[in-house]
Design a protein around this ligand. Structure first.
Ligand code: PBG
Ligand code: ZN
Length: 332
């Protein structure tokens, strides 16, 4: 025995020299199909299909093209999607009326998706920004500042409309205080609380990594920014309080967004709320960055990133890479 290894407890490598043994060392970090949620962009025009220029291999679909595209992924094991509606002909107004009107693409698609894919979890992003003329996530007062009460009321109405149309999960991304309670109350009042879950974008930061998404959704604010409702990137305190608020208000699941630069927040949130499934949104800017890595390295970098997100405490990762990940899971 070499002089260096006098203490047997310091000989670690005996424990992970084989792939099967390594699995035992990371019990909560496996990437299975239920750990992945795929965001999809849904256009009003049923027959449309448009590539997203800032995001390679990402498309915006009309429902007639979305269903065959999803069919292929569901056959490969896809378990859940997160739907974002995009309006092009419906009018954007100050309160986002087209978010929940009968001709909203999400409202129309939900029953079709339910019947086409009976086993697929349908989550709906709930926000006003894709539908408001000013592009903010709530309703504004005369001074152009978020008007809290009408914003929360409106967001709860939209969430309830998606729930009634067939969503399994409603996911408010607006970051207004108290919208979780308002949505939960609306679900209870409509006897939907045992059929629809509430996924809160609880720890959503005012990040610079949402650029490609905002281009895709045409949802940038016309004036100002979102720093008065999304969290300051350096704040751990507000993130903890936002998670506490949303747990107290009845969130079923929590989220940290973006993912990679915020894994400390993921770990803290998981430690504080070990009994609430925790989601990470690997956002459009993260997607763009990883997509740009070298040919031979991209897949390995992606899988390492997902592994580290799981290690930090994420139970499910919302990612535009879902189609590729399904293939990589198959190959394993
Ligand atoms: C809108 C919303 C955003 C994202 C999800 N929902 C953008 C924002 O808040 O500006 C970001 C998603 C991404 O970048 O992939 N409330
Ligand atoms: Zn928004």
């Amino acid at each position: 025995m070499s002089e260096l290894f006098t203490t047997p407890e310091h000989v670690l490598q005996g424990g992970y020299h084989h792939a099967t043994l390594r699995k035992l060392q990371e019990p909560n970090t496996s990437i299975e199909t239920h750990n992945i949620m795929y965001p999809v962009f849904l256009l009003e025009d049923e027959n449309a299909m448009q590539p997203v220029l800032s995001m390679p291999n990402v498309y915006r679909y009309g429902i007639k093209n979305l269903i065959p595209a999803l069919k292929e992924l569901v056959d490969k094991g896809l378990k859940s999607i997160l739907i974002f509606g995009i309006v092009e002909t419906l009018e954007k107004d100050s309160v986002g009326s087209s978010a929940d009107c009968a001709s909203n693409p999400v409202i129309k698609a939900l029953p079709l998706l339910r019947s086409a894919f009976p086993g697929l979890i349908l989550a709906c992003d709930v926000c006003l920004c894709p539908y408001t003329s000013h592009g903010h996530c709530g309703v504004l007062n005369e001074q152009g500042v978020i008007d809290h009460a009408p914003s929360v009321k409106r967001i709860a109405e939209v969430a309830l409309a998606y729930a009634k149309a067939g969503a399994h999960i409603v996911a408010p991304s607006d970051m207004m205080d108290n919208r979780i309670k308002a949505i939960k109350d609306a679900l209870v009042a409509n006897k939907l609380q045992n059929q629809v879950s509430l996924l809160s974008y609880s720890c959503k930061f005012a990040s610079n990594m949402y650029g490609p998404f905002r281009d895709t959704m045409k949802s940038s604010p016309m004036a100002g920014d979102r720093k008065c409702y999304q969290l300051p990137p350096g704040s751990t305190g507000l993130a903890a309080r936002a998670a506490a608020r949303d747990v107290a208000e009845g969130a079923d699941f929590l989220m940290v967004k973006p993912g990679l630069p915020y894994l400390d927040i993921v770990r803290r949130t998981k430690d504080a709320y070990p009994n609430h499934p925790l989601f990470i949104y690997q956002v459009s800017g993260e997607y763009a960055m990883i997509s740009r890595s070298g040919e031979g390295e991209m897949e390995a970098i992606l899988m390492e990133t997902l592994l580290c997100m799981r290690r930090a405490g994420a139970d499910c990762i919302i990612t535009y890479f879902a189609p590729l990940i399904l293939d990589l899971i198959k190959k394993q």
